[in-house]
Design a protein around this ligand. Structure first.
Ligand SMILES: Nc1ncnc2c1ncn2[C@@H]1O[C@H](COP(=O)(O)OP(=O)(O)OP(=O)(O)O)[C@@H](O)[C@H]1O
Ligand SMILES: [Mg+2]
Length: 482
C-alpha cells in the first residue's frame, strides 16, 4: 500500500509537469489555436453545443418584428396532421380562418439539407390584468435551432426565403381594401377603409381582347421591374389615364386591376380636400402596393393651373381662396416627393372628357398609358353574354343579329348589362336587347335627319361626334403606352 508521503510526492511531480506543459504550450502554441483545440474537445463531449439558436421576438421595441410575423405565416403551412394543438382565428375583415402554430411543440424544417427546428415560446406575464389575461406584457418568440456552421447561410438565404414565402402567402389571402376620405368636425380629413367587394375581374370585364392583354402584360411587367426602376433612377410607379363615355367600364377596370394586383385602392375625392398640405398628408399616409384613384379628374374640382396661380399671386398677393389646392400640388406628388417615398404605386385618373384635361396632366411621362374605354364591340358582347346569361356558344340564336346591330349603334356595356338583368330567361334578354338596339338606331337616325335640315356638313359632323350618334365609324380603341 503506498504511503501518504509517496502519494504527495507523485502529486507534486504531476502538478509540476502540468505547469511545465502549460508553460511550454503557451510558448509554442498561439492562444487562438489553444482555444480552437479546447472548443473542439469540448464539443466532442457535448455535441449539442454545435447548435445555435436564433431567438425571434414578437416585438422589436415598440414595432412589430417582421421576421416574427413572417415566421408565423410560414409555419402555419407546415403544421402537420399529428399536431394535437394549434390556434385558429378569424378577424372580421379576414376572408379565411387563420391557423397558427401555438404551443404545439416543435416543427422540423430543412433547407438545402440543413436540418432546422422551430419552437414557439409563450411566456405569460406574471401581472394579472383585472379584465382577464395578462397585463399585455406576455412575451412570445420563436426559437430557430440548427448547426452553427450554417449560421451565415441561414441568415442570408433561409430567413429571406421565409420572408418571401410569407409575403406570397399573405398576398394570396389578402383582402383588398377600399380607402375613402372621411371629414371630421375638427376640420381634419383621414382615410376610412372597407373591404373592396367589387367582383370585377379581367375575366368579367368586356374589353377588346388585345387591349385586355396589353393592360395585363403592362401590369405584370411593372410588378417584375423593381430592380429596373432602381437602376434607371425612376420611382417604382405606373400611371394610367382611363377615358371614355359613361358606362364603358372605367371604374370596373380599376376594380379589376385592384383584384388582379391585390393592391388596396385609395379613392381620392378632390372636392373633400382644401389645401395642398392636406393632400400631402393624405398621400403620405397611403401604403405601398396600392392604387391611388382620382375619378372624373376634369370635374373633380376647379384646379387652377400653375401659371394661373402665379398670375393671381403677383396681382393680389398670396392666394387665400377657399380652395388652396392646386394642380401643381398634385403633380408635385405624382412626379416628385411622393414618388420617391413610395414603392409599387399605381395611379389611375379617369375622365369622360380627355380634351378638357390640363395639358400638364397629359404630357409624356406623367401618365404612362392612356386607355380609351369605348362602346361595346362584338367581342365585348360575347364576354357580357357569358357572364350575365352564361351562354358561351357564339352561334346562339339571336347573337348574329345583335352583333350586326352593335356594329352600327353606339351602345355601352352598362346599357347591355341593364338589358341582361331584366329577365332570368336568356332568350327574353336577347330579344329585349335586339329591340333596344333597333330603337336606338331609329332614334339616332331621326335626330340626324332633323339636324341635317338646318346645318352645314361640317357642323353636322361636329354634332354627330358630340352626340355620339350612330353611323360614325367607331373610334378605334386607343391604348398608348408612353
Ligand atoms: N367593360 C365592361 N365590362 C363589363 N361590365 C361593364 C363594362 N362597362 C360597364 N359595365 C357595367 O356597367 C356598370 C357601370 O360601369 P362603370 O361604373 O365601370 O362605368 P364607368 O365607365 O366608370 O362610368 P362613369 O364614367 O359614369 O363613371 C358596371 O357596374 C358594370 O356592371
Ligand atoms: Mg366610373
Amino acid at each position: 500500500m503506498p504511503s501518504a508521503s509517496s502519494i504527495f510526492q507523485a502529486y507534486a511531480a504531476m502538478t509540476a509537469s502540468v505547469t511545465l506543459f502549460k508553460t511550454m504550450l503557451n510558448q509554442l502554441v498561439p492562444h487562438q489555436v489553444q482555444l480552437y483545440i479546447v472548443t473542439k474537445i469540448h464539443s466532442y463531449f457535448h455535441p449539442n453545443s454545435s447548435k445555435v439558436t436564433l431567438v425571434i421576438d414578437e416585438k422589436d421595441g415598440m414595432s412589430n418584428n417582421e421576421v416574427y410575423n413572417a415566421a408565423e405565416i410560414y409555419l402555419s403551412a407546415r403544421i402537420s396532421p399529428e399536431f394535437q394543438r394549434f390556434k385558429i382565428s378569424k378577424r372580421p375583415k379576414d376572408r379565411d380562418v387563420n391557423v397558427k402554430f401555438g404551443d404545439c411543440g416543435k416543427i422540423a424544417d430543412s433547407f438545402e439539407d440543413i436540418e432546422l427546428v422551430w419552437r414557439f415560446v409563450h411566456e405569460a406575464s406574471k401581472n394579472i390584468n383585472p379584465n382577464g389575461g395578462g397585463d399585455g406584457g406576455d412575451k412570445r418568440y420563436f426559437e430557430l435551432s440548427f448547426n452553427k456552421q450554417h449560421k451565415d447561410k441561414i441568415l442570408n438565404c433561409y430567413i429571406p426565403l421565409v420572408l418571401n414565402i410569407a409575403k406570397v402567402m399573405c398576398n394570396d389571402k389578402k383582402v383588398v381594401k377600399l380607402h375613402a376620405l372621411r371629414s371630421h368636425s375638427y376640420n381634419s380629413i383621414t382615410w376610412d377603409s372597407v373591404n373592396l367587394e367589387h367582383p370585377s375581374t379581367f375575366e368579367t370585364i368586356a374589353l377588346e381582347p388585345t387591349l385586355k392583354k396589353t393592360i395585363i402584360e403592362d401590369l405584370d411587367r411593372f410588378l417584375k421591374r423593381k430592380e429596373f426602376y432602381r437602376r434607371v433612377g425612376k420611382a417604382w410607379k405606373r400611371g394610367y389615364l382611363l377615358y371614355g363615355p359613361p358606362g364603358t367600364g372605367k371604374s370596373s377596370l380599376i376594380a379589376a386591376i385592384a383584384n388582379y394586383l391585390k393592391f388596396d385602392i385609395y379613392d381620392l375625392e378632390f372636392s373633400n380636400i382644401r389645401r395642398d398640405s392636406d393632400l400631402r398628408k393624405l398621400l403620405l399616409s397611403t401604403k405601398n402596393r396600392s392604387i391611388l384613384v382620382i375619378e372624373d379628374i376634369d370635374c373633380s374640382v376647379e384646379l387652377p393651373d400653375r401659371t394661373e396661380i402665379r398670375t393671381n399671386q403677383s396681382a393680389n398677393g398670396p392666394s387665400r381662396g377657399h380652395h388652396e389646392l392646386t394642380l401643381g400640388g398634385l403633380l408635385n406628388f405624382i412626379d416628385g416627393l411622393w414618388s420617391s417615398c413610395g414603392d409599387e404605386r399605381v395611379i389611375i385618373f379617369t375622365t369622360n372628357h380627355k380634351e378638357r384635361l390640363d395639358p400638364a396632366l397629359l404630357r409624356p411621362g406623367r401618365m404612362d398609358m392612356h386607355i380609351h374605354m369605348s362602346y361595346l364591340t362584338s367581342e365585348g358582347f360575347k364576354v357580357l353574354a357569358t357572364n350575365y346569361l352564361e351562354i358561351s356558344d357564339p352561334h346562339y340564336r339571336g347573337f348574329k343579329e345583335v352583333q350586326e346591330l352593335i356594329e352600327g349603334v353606339q351602345i355601352t356595356p352598362a346599357e347591355v348589362a341593364e338589358q341582361f338583368m331584366k329577365s332570368e330567361d336568356p332568350d327574353v334578354c336577347i330579344q329585349g336587347l335586339v329591340k333596344f338596339l333597333k330603337r336606338k338606331r331609329t332614334s339616332n337616325n331621326d335626330k340626324l335627319e332633323e339636324i341635317k335640315d338646318n346645318t352645314t356638313t361640317d357642323e353636322l359632323l361636329k354634332v354627330k361626334r358630340s352626340k355620339n350618334l350612330s353611323f360614325i365609324p367607331k373610334e378605334e380603341k386607343i391604348c398608348t403606352p408612353i
